[in-house]
Ligand binder design. Sequence first.
Ligand SMILES: Nc1nc2c(ncn2[C@@H]2O[C@H](COP(=O)(O)OP(=O)(O)O)[C@@H](O)[C@H]2O)c(=O)[nH]1
Ligand SMILES: [Mg+2]
Ligand SMILES: [Zn+2]
Ligand SMILES: [Zn+2]
Length: 407
Amino acid sequence: MSGNFFCPLCFNTCKRGELWLNCPEDYEEHNIKLPDGPFQKMFGKSPSKMVCEKCKAAQLGNFIRFNAIVCPSCKEDFDAEESGEKDHRAIELPLELVDCEPSYIAVVGLRNAGKSHFIASLIPQIQEISSELHFRFICPDPATSNNYNMQYWKPLYDNRTLLPPTVPRDKMTDWTTKHPLIYTMEFLPPHHHRKIICFFYDSAGEDLETNDVLSLVSTLRYLEHAAGVIVLLDPLQLPGVYKAAEMEEYINRYHVNPPQTSCTITDMIQKIAQILPKKKGKNKIGVPVALAFTKVDAVRALFGQNSCVYQSERLADIGRKHCVNMERLNVIDEEMRAWLKEYQENDNVLGAVEKNFDKYACFGLSALGDFVLSPSELNKLQNAPHPYNCADPMLWLLNQNGFLKGR
Ligand SMILES: Nc1nc2c(ncn2[C@@H]2O[C@H](COP(=O)(O)OP(=O)(O)O)[C@@H](O)[C@H]2O)c(=O)[nH]1
Ligand SMILES: [Mg+2]
Ligand SMILES: [Zn+2]
Ligand SMILES: [Zn+2]
């Protein structure tokens, strides 16, 4: 990790030596600045092994270790906040951040694109394939496990209810929702041994609808640092899909809204392209962009019988000798592009993507599997979700970033 630290919570940058190490005993005067500098790097202890000397001196315990780091701007905001119910965990970040390469994964898409359901199903799907692909996927952050369980897993998988719309970032009040989801990934042979810390941001679609580029840049500031972007697209928002006779029944049953004209998929892609950093000396964006169509269960009738998008349920096909099966991803990419060409009509998504992004690939996934609402209760699912292909965009991004080898 370089000398500068980009805070995944407040999006400010500071020097590593300005970060606070947090003593778990809740004595503010115990917290110290992160020891940094060349000497520390060569001979120093990893912060996760450092014990709090003040706890030792106060005989609270000899081996009480610092348990989190806190960014100075977050701390300043926290100290200035006057409201009664302050929770220090709101600004604590896992110590692993100091030792791992950070990797910011943005999940963006218009309102209703399926972002929240995608994230709900992505996490268990990554977990499921991690041993096959020889990497460890671990949550080092108590706020994340709490947030994931309460906001995603419990409602969708335990209670089988659809998730409510995500609150736009500037209206968020509960700190747990402001926290991105934080996981570490450690890659094992045949991959190069590396450990990264991944931040997943679930954004509200409204964030992207604004035409005010400045406000967009400020809510999506993490995009400037993104190692990869997953753009989720609702296939039902493609003009050709919405019009298709095969879709009529589904559209009526679930009251699907017609494609938005105020912000089309192409408009959204252009906005994202404005924020992402351009490749040096080039006009295109260098960051890999995964264009993932969600809800493909709903549009099955518009694909051929033997479409490979729907043949990916077998876990064994995802990997090849513990590497990512790139052939499978390439076939899906090709098929999705051809499909998009047929159904995008006057919303020229492919044109916008081609023009702006250097590296991109298309995917098709379903966060819910065969989606059936209960006839009696609105928003209740009839059976538990059985998602498919949700990890594909992530596997591709990890491969493009050199973390996972492909075959
Ligand atoms: N058929 C189908 N519908 C889905 C799926 N995922 C989401 N949806 C529908 O799309 C709606 C919006 O999803 P949501 O994740 O809240 O979208 P967000 O606004 O982008 O976060 C949900 O209420 C569901 O009705 C899926 O995998 N299949
Ligand atoms: Mg949402
Ligand atoms: Zn202490
Ligand atoms: Zn911060």
